[in-house]
Design a protein around this ligand. Structure first.
Ligand SMILES: Cc1cc2nc3c(=O)[nH]c(=O)nc-3n(C[C@H](O)[C@H](O)[C@H](O)COP(=O)(O)OP(=O)(O)OC[C@H]3O[C@@H](n4cnc5c(N)ncnc54)[C@H](O)[C@@H]3O)c2cc1C
Length: 341
């Protein structure tokens, strides 16, 4: 049996591990990461399914549609099963509001109920946005979803190891195939200059009367999750500060309050800042490295930017396809070797 490690325990690493395990149940898998669950970027994300082509650059539209569709179907299957609540995934409808016109999003035929807002509807919002649309999509409460994925993986005998990997080469003695899902960590691990941080800050509140999501083009969003509402946000390119910034905190609060004054009654739970691991394009590809006369097969799956939750299952399926072709190549080579013996 080939020895397999997945590096990274964010939503991308856990999804890819599960996808591989479902495809190859007898394979032993080890997930190695220096951060798990609430210490990952994935844990803090807003989790709205909104894979906007304006923010997924360098990926051709048909691939983006395939990743989006595959993910959406996966999440929908969970919603309409008996594990929807445990996994923290549910349908949510809401409004996207703009001051400038913009093309309809590429995912409009994947989600439900896409329609443009009438003038009367737009006028109901305090800031009188000029354009907008309504959609029914879904949210993934990643705090719950990651716990759910971790539980399923543990039940399937996947091993978890907490460790920082300083170079991929250090794994050649211990593993035959490595799946690299290190998110922003790939910048250092793979010396990948194409990956950039886009910093985002948010406030989690309890405001159970807010049932819709709102997204505006002037840095204001509200996303209902399982039992909290996520208020954002900021989008600061090449800023890698994960500390909560007081000015950002105040800016987010004031923008959200202007759109939804009833938030004044909300209970503030916590503040959070994280780095969207942005890469043009998202890297889903293979690489083979040689070190000390040994060969290591690598499947990369990282760089999902602000859409890592939305696209996690779709890219995991593609990474698993690449993984399976490596596995076939290894087993064919083994058979050829034994026939020569
Ligand atoms: C403010 C904000 C809001 C967001 N909102 C949304 C949203 O609404 N919808 C959406 O789809 N996406 C959203 N995102 C984006 C989403 O959070 C990311 O795209 C996603 O979490 C990336 O997942 P990941 O698994 O690649 O990375 P991570 O969650 O960062 O996980 C990386 C893993 O790799 C490990 N690792 C890295 N380097 C090493 C190393 N050298 N050795 C060992 N382990 C290593 C880490 O420990 C970690 O376990 C948001 C992001 C932010 C910051």
């Amino acid at each position: 049996m080939p020895r397999v490690a997945i590096i990274g325990a964010g939503v991308v690493g856990l999804s890819t591990a599960l996808c591989i395990k479902l495809q190859h149940p007898s394979l032993g898998l080890t997930i190695i990461a220096d951060r798990f669950l609430e210490d990952t970027t994935s844990d803090g994300a807003g989790g709205l399914f909104r894979p906007d082509d304006r923010f997924v650059l360098g990926v051709d539209l048909s691939t983006l549609r395939k990743w989006s569709q595959t993910s959406f179907e996966h999440f929908n299957n969970i919603i309409f099963s008996n594990i929807g609540a445990e996994a923290g995934i549910a349908q949510v409808s809401g409004y996207q509001l703009f001051n400038e016109p913009r093309p309809d999003p590429s995912y409009q035929n994947i989600i439900y109920n896409f329609r443009h807002l009438s003038k009367d509807e737009l006028a109901t919002f305090p800031d009188h946005y000029k354009y907008g649309y309504f959609t029914t999509t879904l949210y993934v409460d990643t705090r719950r979803y990651m716990k759910y994925l971790t539980k399923i993986l543990a039940e399937k005998q996947v091993t978890f190891v907490q460790k920082k990997i300083n170079s991929i080469e250090e794994l050649v003695d211990s593993y035959d195939i490595v799946v690299n899902c290190t998110g922003y960590g790939a910048r250092e691990l793979c010396r990948d200059e194409l990956i950039h941080p886009i910093r985002g800050q948010m406030i989690r509140v309890r405001a159970p009367w807010i049932k819709h999501f709102y997204y505006t083009d002037d840095n204001c969003y509200m996303i209902p999750n399982y039992d909290t509402i996520v208020l954002g946000g900021t989008r600061q390119v090449d800023n890698d500060n994960t500390q909560v910034d007081l000015n950002d905190k105040e800016g987010i609060w004031q923008r959200c309050l202007r759109l939804c004054p009833s938030l004044a009654q909300a209970e503030i739970l916590w503040h959070w800042a994280g780095l969207r691991p942005n890469r043009e394009p998202i890297r889903v590809e293979t690489e083979t490295i040689k070190h000390d006369n040994k060969q290591l097969f690598i499947v990369h799956n990282y760089g999902h930017g602000g859409n890592g939750i939305s696209l996690s299952w779709g890219t995991a399926v593609d990474a698993t396809r690449l993984f399976s072709s490596y596995l076939n190549a290894i087993s064919t080579a083994d058979k050829q070797l034994s026939s020569k013996l």
